[in-house]
Design a protein around this ligand. Structure first.
Ligand SMILES: Nc1nc2c(ncn2[C@@H]2O[C@H](COP(=O)(O)OP(=O)(O)OP(=O)(O)O)[C@@H](O)[C@H]2O)c(=O)[nH]1
Ligand SMILES: [Mg+2]
Length: 470
């Protein structure tokens, strides 16, 4: 009885966490590794709390609750962990997912914690303009899309046939085909704003494949299906072709409400946002890729409702007075996270945080001004590399490379020594991606179920998002 009373926690600290980032930024791997560490907590491998020796106990997977609610599908953590054991990264995410768990912390005397995580396919971020109040109708979205194309030389080239088809008021099938070809060119050039994002990943989870334009557009639609496609149209169309505008508006509204709004609503309920920035991928991509990520961050902050008034702040102290379902929720913490830092040499890992700081400074200041706590982290959720103990000062790593120099997939073979680039201390003003190389490697995790993967920085990120009462 005494034990029962001593072990009883009187309050539940809830924290809903949205993990956001473009496709391939490392969201699913990060969440899989984090859950594994919480589930099998070892204070030495995953030090948390002020003294860095707090312990997580009474971990409970609450997937059953999610299944019963039938709202979001449940994040398949165990399946992803098993893939990692077999040296396969998790599959790319094709649906939205939720994971829910509860646990106690030895440094929390009176509360236990309930955490909910939300993971999405990164492609859906491309539709973010559809949520922004200034571009959430068909005509305003169209205007915003044309503006984005106008501002970027490469996009202008990608969409020049489409622009011509619009100017010549071509029939609808020609217009849609020209737009799909533009989307395919933008995809091959790794540009964002491939919207509607179902062109890249349809609602059945089938991704766009193909290394050339014609294969990329095969069986791909600029909308939910062949009969429900739309493309941006200029304002002048309202006078010259009102029926087409009306038709596309109806299709756009349906798409926005069924594909885009539901994920947004999930994120709107979050207390913390984890925004992933693949700094090494950006370095290896060049200035264009940096600019795309930068614009995406801008759009994200324009769209999400953040706590931004004195009244909001006053409310935040009173939320515990409300019954749980009625508690007001807003984002209180934002973590900017550079991922996959095991792909560069330990000598340079300090520079990654510096680059992340430089890239996100504007948004950090904006968030802090709104009373939101912000921090940057450099994380390797699952280590795939080691350093050469005999050459600690040379930029040589040991790992099992996934691709040969021609881009052909290699089997998960023996490890090899390979060179990596030096990470600069500051972002260059202009650079070509081919000057940097941080090769993709196969993952390494212990097959034993209670042994989570080696990580860097994930524990600090967890402490930041979990420390709700501050
Ligand atoms: N070395 C290393 N590679 C990683 C790590 N995390 C992710 N990766 C690599 O990045 C790829 C994408 O990771 P995911 O977690 O699937 O990316 P995502 O953001 O969920 O992507 P979508 O599901 O497409 O939105 C993986 O297949 C790995 O190749 C990491 O911690 N270390
Ligand atoms: Mg994913």
């Amino acid at each position: 009885m005494k034990e029962f009373i001593m072990g009883k926690k009187w309050r539940t600290e809830e924290c809903f966490v949205g993990i956001v980032g473009p496709s391939w930024s490392g969201k699913t791997v990060l969440l899989t590794a984090l859950i594994d560490h919480l589930n099998h907590h070892d204070a030495l491998a995953f030090p948390i709390g002020n003294q860095k020796h707090s312990q997580i106990t009474h971990f409970e997977d609450l997937s059953l609750q999610i299944e019963q609610e039938k709202n979001w599908p449940c994040f398949p953590y165990r399946q992803y962990r098993d893939r990692l054991v077999h040296r396969l990264w998790p599959e790319k995410t094709c649906d939205r997912y939720e994971y829910r768990c509860s646990f106690q912390r030895s440094d929390w005397r009176h509360s236990n914690a309930e955490l909910r995580f939300y993971d999405l396919p990164g492609e859906r971020l491309n539709d973010i303009l559809m949520l922004y109040p200034q571009s959430n109708t068909f005509l305003t979205w169209s205007q915003a899309m044309f503006q984005r194309i106008k501002e970027n030389q490469e996009l202008q080239i990608a969409f020049q046939d489409f622009q011509l088809a619009v100017d010549q008021n071509r029939p609808e099938p020609e217009l849609l085909l020209a737009y799909r070809r533009g989307l395919a060119r933008a995809r091959l050039g790794h540009h964002p704003y491939i919207s509607p994002s179902v062109f890249l990943l349809d609602t059945n989870g089938i991704p766009c494949r193909g290394g050339d334009i014609e294969t990329s557009i095969e069986n791909r639609f600029s909308g939910l299906d062949e009969n429900n496609q739309f493309c941006p149209l200029p304002l002048s169309y309202q006078q010259t072709n009102p029926q087409r505008v009306e038709k596309f508006s109806a299709i756009f509204n349906h798409y926005r409400d069924t594909v885009v709004v539901p994920w947004f609503q999930g994120f709107q309920k979050c207390h913390a946002l984890v925004i992933l920035v693949d700094v090494l991928e950006i370095l290896a991509g060049g200035t264009e890729i940096y600019n795309s990520w930068y614009r995406l961050l801008e759009d994200l902050f324009h769209t999400l409702h953040l706590r931004n008034s004195t009244l909001d702040r006053a409310w935040s102290g009173l939320t515990h007075l409300f019954p749980r379902p009625l508690r007001p929720v807003w984002i209180k913490r934002v973590a900017f996270v550079a991922t996959k830092i095991d792909r560069c040499h330990p000598l340079d890992r300090g520079h990654i945080d510096r680059l992340l700081q430089q890239m996100t400074k504007k948004y950090q200041l904006m968030l802090q001004k709104d009373g939101i706590t912000v921090k940057t982290f450099s994380v390797a959720a699952v280590m795939g590399t080691q350093t050469d103990p005999n050459r600690p000062n040379e930029r040589i790593l040991i790992g099992s490379l996934r691709y040969d120099p021609l881009g052909n997939l290699l089997p998960a073979n023996e490890k090899q020594f390979y060179p990596v680039s030096e990470v600069p201390a500051n972002w260059p003003h202009r650079w070509q991606g081919d000057g940097f190389s941080f090769p993709d490697v196969y993952p390494e995790i212990p097959p034993r179920l209670s042994a989570p993967p080696n990580q860097i920085g994930l524990n600090e990120l967890f402490d930041f998002i979990c420390w709700l009462t501050l």
